[in-house]
Structures are given as structure tokens and as C-alpha cells.
Design a binder for this molecule. Structure first.
Ligand code: NAD
Ligand code: IPM
Ligand code: MN
Length: 368
């Protein structure tokens, strides 16, 4: 039997609710493929602040770093919103992403046929959408220096954030471009690089490096688009996109937008990968404090993140497929959480949705 160490970081709000069901589904799908998991559950974000006073305790980071893969719920909440910046729960995400060097964040947005009705776009616009957003995750305006709130020469406060990317060195543009080209190559061979090269210098260099690498990937059709147009095109005709590559902040915003095409932000998983070391897997949504503790959260984004963990983190594609199939099966049977509900279906809570996916995983005979 193969054994893996999985660090579970439930976090805040709906995080613990979605992680507890995703864990059980992951365990079952793995066991049907002869995999065993040792789960180590650790506090992160607001939960860690309350326990030990910091958002990213040393022990949590060590457990994450030494694991084979990390499954994270969500971080943040009203309770800590007025904390000083370094004591905000969200800082834990930055430390994790930066210190694990997981620069490539894959965010797939797929409209499942069962959920076409849940999309806020017209059926003919939404149906068949299948794109992958490759978001740069450890650079850009999230990390650039200088940064912070400083006092200027007039004694006034100024807030400073810096969008910065480098051709090589640490904030390497080529490596994210390569991940994007490789991703597009394995999909439909179309890559759209989204930037703001008409205004931002960091984007001018971004476009230059992506363009320079294109000759190494003659099988990939490369295009460029400004981010404002991309935001519009995603709603006008999302099927034009196959693979999108973009910087940290544009990727954050465009992936939330893309999630609504698929029906709900509660559907989108993600994988954050580096050159070595464990990958970080988490839904793209936040801690949803407005519905936390009410068993209303859609756990499918986290369950599908567990599938990405198996596929991209451990190379266990068969077990991943079991989870993906089980999600489709539960949707085929009509189970829906509130965010993807449409009349004629069965409205269920987070736990029951998890139970139904689990039943579907169990009902399949092990593949030979
Ligand atoms: P959010 O994604 O938490 O919620 C936005 C809206 O989507 C809310 O109405 C929420 O109820 C709904 N929603 C989100 N996930 C859902 C799910 N699985 N099922 C059903 N509905 C769902 O974004 P927000 O409200 O802007 O942020 C709340 C907190 O989460 C903030 O503290 C923010 O910083 C944090 N946040 C964390 C992450 C993360 O941990 N990766 C991501 C985004 C936001
Ligand atoms: C995400 C979140 C985070 C981000 C926040 C909570 C720091 O929105 O994972 O998409 O902006 O990266
Ligand atoms: Mn986000």
C-alpha cells in the first residue's frame, strides 16, 4: 500500500465544513486505489490567531512543508478584519504560497452540462465552457517592494503597492509562461495571455517574455488581450478561451468572474504548484462568513480540489477520476446546494452533499 502525508488546513468560516467532507471523500477514493493517507490537521488563519496569536504558526508551516500535499479550506472573517495587516488571517496564505514557492496557480472553470441552468449567463453562452486560468501566485503587486503605508513629505499617509515582475531571477516570468504553454499544449492548444501592456510596465515585460517563448511552442496558438477586454469577453463569449495566463491580481479577479459562468464560486477548485515540494490545493472561494456554521456551503470546490491534489500533487490520476466522476454522479442524481439550486432538483446542505458524493465514490467498483 502507498502512504501519503496530507496536511489539512481547514482555516475559518466555511473552511472546516468543506474540509471535513472533502477529507472523507479523498480517503475513500484513495482507499479504492490502494492508497492510504495520514492526515495532519493544523490551525491556520483566524483559527491560528485565536489559538496562538499568529496567522501562520511555525508548526503549521513545518507540517505543510513536510507533507506530500496540502489541502486548505479558506481563511478570514469579520472578527479579524480590523487586525493590523501582519496579524490578518489572509497573511497566512501569502506566507504559505511564498515560502512553498508555489508560483503556478491552476484554476479550471468548466461548465458541467448538469449545471448549465445554474449559470447566470444564457444557456447557449455558458454551455460547453472549459477553460484553465493559469494565475501567477508568488509575485506581482501582492509581494512587490516598496509596499506599505508610509508618511510622505507633507506628513500625510500614503498607501504603496508595487506591481513588479522580472524576466529571470526570483520573480521569473519565463517559468509561469512555460507552465502556461505546457498546460495549453495538453489542452486545445490555445493560450491567451492577459495583461495591461498598454499602461503597466510590468505588463510590457510580461508580454515580451511570453512572446519570446512562443517560438519554443509552435503547436500552441498564442494571443494577447488587455485585462479590461478580457473581463468583458469572458461574459460575451467565454467559449473562445482555452488556457489563460495572467498575473497574480488579474488572475484573482478573473477567476471569480469565471466561476459565475460555471454556476457558482462554490464549484471552482485550484492547484498551486512549484518546481519541487508539496503542492497547495484549495477552493478559489473564501471563508463565506455570511453562511458559515449553517451547513449551507457548497463543498464541491473543495472536493474537486482534493481531486486536483490526487492528480497534480500525487500523480494518482485514477483516484482523482473517481472523485470527479462521483461529483458528476451526485449532480446527475439532482443533489444541489443552495448556490447551484434550480427548481426540480433536491436542495441539500454541505454535509448531505458530501455524503452523496461519498456514496457515489463507494458505488463504483474498483477499476482494474
Ligand atoms: P467569499 O468567497 O468568502 O464569499 C463571496 C460570496 O460567495 C458570499 O456570498 C459567500 O456566501 C459565497 N460563497 C463562497 N463560497 C461558497 C460556497 N462554497 N458555497 C456557497 N456559497 C459560497 O468572499 P468574501 O466574502 O469577499 O470574503 C470573505 C473572507 O474570505 C474574507 O476574509 C476574505 O479575505 C477571505 N477570502 C479567503 C480566500 C481564501 O482563503 N483562499 C479567498 C477569498 C476570500
Ligand atoms: C484567493 C483569495 C486570496 C488572494 C486572498 C484571500 C488573499 O482571494 O485565493 O483567491 O487574493 O489570492
Ligand atoms: Mn480570490
Amino acid at each position: 500500500k502507498k502512504r501519503y502525508n496530507i496536511a489539512l488546513l481547514p482555516g475559518d468560516g466555511i473552511g472546516p465544513e468543506v474540509i471535513s467532507v472533502a477529507k472523507i471523500v479523498l480517503q475513500k477514493a484513495g482507499s479504492l486505489e490502494g492508497l492510504e493517507f495520514d492526515f495532519q490537521e493544523m490551525p491556520v488563519g483566524g483559527a491560528a490567531l485565536d489559538l496562538v496569536g499568529v496567522p501562520m504558526p511555525e508548526q503549521t508551516f513545518t507540517a505543510a512543508k513536510q507533507s506530500d500535499a496540502i489541502l486548505l479550506g479558506a481563511i478570514g472573517g469579520y472578527k479579524w478584519d480590523k487586525n493590523e495587516k501582519h496579524l490578518r488571517p489572509e497573511m497566512a496564505l501569502f506566507y504559505l504560497r511564498r515560502d512553498l514557492k508555489v508560483f503556478a496557480n491552476l484554476r479550471p472553470a468548466t461548465v458541467l452540462p448538469q449545471l448549465v441552468d445554474a449559470s447566470t449567463l444564457k444557456k447557449e453562452v455558458a454551455e460547453g465552457v472549459d477553460m484553465m486560468i493559469v494565475r501567477e501566485l508568488t509575485g506581482g503587486i501582492y509581494f512587490g517592494e516598496p509596499r506599505g503605508i508610509k508618511i510622505n513629505e507633507n506628513g500625510e499617509e500614503v498607501g504603496i503597492s508595487t506591481e513588479i515582475y522580472a524576466a529571470h531571477e526570483v520573480l521569473n516570468l519565463d517559468r509561469i509562461a512555460r507552465v502556461a504553454f505546457e498546460t495549453a499544449r495538453k489542452r486545445r492548444g490555445k493560450l491567451c495571455s492577459v495583461d495591461k501592456a498598454n499602461v503597466l510596465d510590468a505588463s510590457i515585460l510580461w508580454r515580451k517574455r511570453v512572446t519570446a517563448l512562443a517560438s519554443e511552442y509552435p503547436d500552441v496558438e498564442l494571443s494577447h488581450m488587455y485585462v479590461d477586454n478580457a473581463a468583458m469577453q469572458l461574459i460575451r463569449d467565454p467559449k473562445q478561451f482555452d488556457t489563460i495566463v495572467t498575473n497574480n491580481i488579474f488572475g484573482d479577479i478573473l477567476s471569480d468572474e469565471a466561476s459565475m459562468i460555471t454556476g457558482s464560486i462554490g464549484m471552482l477548485p485550484s492547484a498551486s504548484l512549484g518546481e519541487s515540494g508539496p503542492g497547495l490545493f484549495e477552493p478559489i472561494h473564501g471563508s463565506a462568513p455570511d453562511i458559515a456554521g449553517q451547513d449551507k456551503a457548497n463543498p464541491l470546490a473543495t472536493i474537486l480540489s482534493a481531486a486536483m491534489l490526487l492528480k497534480y500533487g500525487l500523480g494518482e490520476e485514477k483516484a482523482a477520476k473517481r472523485i470527479e466522476d462521483a461529483v458528476v454522479d451526485a449532480l446527475n442524481k439532482g443533489f444541489r446546494t443552495g448556490d447551484i439550486y434550480s427548481p426540480g432538483n433536491k436542495l441539500v446542505g454541505c454535509k448531505e452533499m458530501g455524503d452523496e458524493v461519498l456514496k457515489s465514490v463507494e458505488s463504483k467498483v474498483p477499476a482494474t
